[in-house]
Design a protein around this ligand. Structure first.
Ligand code: NAD
Ligand code: UDP
Length: 331
C-alpha cells in the first residue's frame, strides 16, 4: 500500500503459465495489475477470467523493443515490476535463440531502466538453469554453476545469468531495489499442452493414450514445485525487507527421476500408454534439486503441496481442457 492506495504492479510475461497465476494472486491481495506480454508462448485465455476485472489491464508488447507508450505513461507509476517474460520450455526458447537471449538481456535492461525511472521495486524470475548441469548437489545459491556457454541451452541459461548480472549492477549502483528468484521446475494448471516440458508432455500423452516419451534412460532427476506454492514464494520475496540482497532459490526439494514421474502419472491416470525412449537432449542436466534453506530462513517459505496432490490437480485440469477441445471440435 502506498498512501493508503492499493499497489500498482507490472507483470511482464503476465499471459504465461506463471505470470497469469501471479496476476491472480496480486489481484486477490488488492493490487492493480498490468500484464505486458507479446503472446509468444503466453495465451490470452490464461487471462480471460480477468476481462471484466476493473483492476486489471493487458498490454500487448515485446520487452525487447521500446516499451509501449501505455507502460511508459506518467500515470503508470508502478510500485513493483515483475519480469517473468521469457519462453521457458527448451523447445520454445530454442526455436528463436537470439530472441530468447535478447529478451533476458535487452528486455531486462528495459524493465530495470523503467524501475529506476519511477522508483519501482524490480523482481527477476531467474532459474535453476543458471546452475547448468550442476556438479554440486543439491544446489545452493552460493554455487556458481556449470553452464555450456555455446550449447543449445545457452540462449536461456546465459541470458538469465546476464539478466542476474544486470539486475545486480543496477542494485550495486543504487539505481533500483531488486529481488531475484531462482525458480526450479514448476508445474500446474495453465501449462500449454504443447509446452514440451516433461510434466505437461507426460500428462497429455497419458490422457490421450499416446506413447510416453522419456528422453535418455529416464534416470535424470528433477524436483517439481506446484504453482501455487511458487507464487506464494514470489510474493514473500518481493515483500521481503531484511538485509539480505542475493538471489534466492524457490522450488520443491523433493527429487525424483523422470522415469519415476512417468510411472506415477501412468498410475494416477490409469492410462495404458507405453513408455518409449527418445535421445537425451544435448546438455540436459543430470540432476537438480534446490537447497531452500535460505528461503526458509528469510521468508519462512517452503512448499506445502505434495507431488501427489499437485499432479492430481494438474491431471484434472488437462483432462478438462481436452474435453473442452473435443466438444469444440464436435460438429
Ligand atoms: P511461459 O512461457 O508460460 O511464460 C513466459 C511469458 O513471457 C509468455 O506469456 C510469453 O508470451 C512472454 N514473453 C516471452 N518473451 C517475451 C518478450 N520478449 N516480451 C514480452 N513477453 C514475452 O513460461 P513460465 O513457465 O510461465 O515462465 C515464466 C518465467 O519464469 C520465465 O521467465 C521463466 O524463465 C521463469 N522460470 C520458469 C520455470 C518453470 O518451471 N515454469 C522455471 C524456471 C524459471
Ligand atoms: N523430458 C522427457 N520427456 C519429455 C520432456 C522432457 O524425458 O517429453 C526430460 C528432459 O530431457 C529433462 C527432464 O525431462 O531431463 C525435464 O525436462 P523439462 O523440459 O520439463 O525441464 P528442464 O530440462 O528445463 O529442467
Amino acid at each position: 500500500m502506498k498512501n493508503g492506495k492499493s499497489k500498482l504492479v507490472l507483470v511482464a510475461g503476465g499471459a504465461g503459465f506463471l505470470g497469469s497465476h501471479l496476476c491472480d494472486a496480486l489481484l486477490s491481495e488488492g493490487a492493480h495489475v498490468v500484464a505486458l506480454d507479446n503472446l509468444l508462448t503466453g495465451r490470452k485465455q490464461n487471462l480471460r477470467h480477468l476481462e471484466r476485472e476493473p483492476r486489471f489491464e493487458f498490454v500487448d508488447g515485446d520487452i525487447i523493443k521500446t516499451l509501449p507508450a501505455r507502460i511508459r505513461s506518467k500515470r503508470m507509476k508502478f510500485d513493483q515490476i515483475f519480469n517473468l517474460a521469457c519462453a521457458a520450455s527448451p523447445p520454445h526458447y530454442q526455436a528463436d535463440p537470439e530472441h530468447t537471449l535478447l529478451t533476458s538481456v535487452v528486455g531486462t535492461h528495459n524493465l530495470l531502466t523503467l524501475a529506476e525511472d519511477i522508483g519501482a521495486r524490480f523482481f527477476l524470475a531467474s532459474t535453476s538453469e543458471i546452475y547448468g548441469d550442476p556438479e554440486v548437489h543439491p544446489q545452493r545459491e552460493s554455487y556458481w554453476g556449470h553452464v555450456n556457454p555455446t550449447g543449445p541451452r545457452a540462449c536461456y541459461d546465459e541470458g538469465k545469468r546476464a539478466a542476474e548480472t544486470l539486475t545486480f549492477d543496477f542494485k550495486r549502483s543504487g539505481r533500483a531495489d531488486v529481488r531475484i528468484a531462482r525458480i526450479f521446475n514448476t508445474y500446474g494448471p495453465r501449462m500449454r499442452a504443447d509446452d514440451g516440458r516433461v510434466v505437461s508432455n507426460v500428462i497429455c500423452q497419458a490422457l490421450a493414450g499416446d506413447d510416453i516419451t522419456i528422453y535418455g534412460d529416464g534416470s535424470q532427476t528433477r524436483s517439481f514445485c506446484y504453482v501455487s506454492d511458487l507464487i506464494e514464494g514470489f510474493l514473500k520475496l518481493m515483500a521481503y525487507e531484511g538485509p539480505f540482497t542475493g538471489a534466492v532459490n524457490l522450488g520443491n526439494p523433493v527429487e525424483l527421476t523422470v522415469a519415476d514421474l512417468a510411472r506415477r502419472v501412468l498410475a494416477m491416470t490409469g492410462s495404458a500408454s507405453r513408455i518409449v525412449t527418445r535421445p537425451l537432449p544435448v546438455d540436459d542436466p543430470r540432476r537438480r534439486r534446490p537447497d531452500i534453506t535460505l528461503a526458509k530462513q528469510l521468508l519462512n517459505w517452503s512448499p506445502r503441496t505434495s507431488l501427489e496432490v499437485g499432479l492430481k490437480e494438474t491431471v484434472a485440469w488437462f483432462s478438462k481442457e481436452q474435453e473442452t477441445a473435443q466438444q469444440n471440435r464436435a460438429p
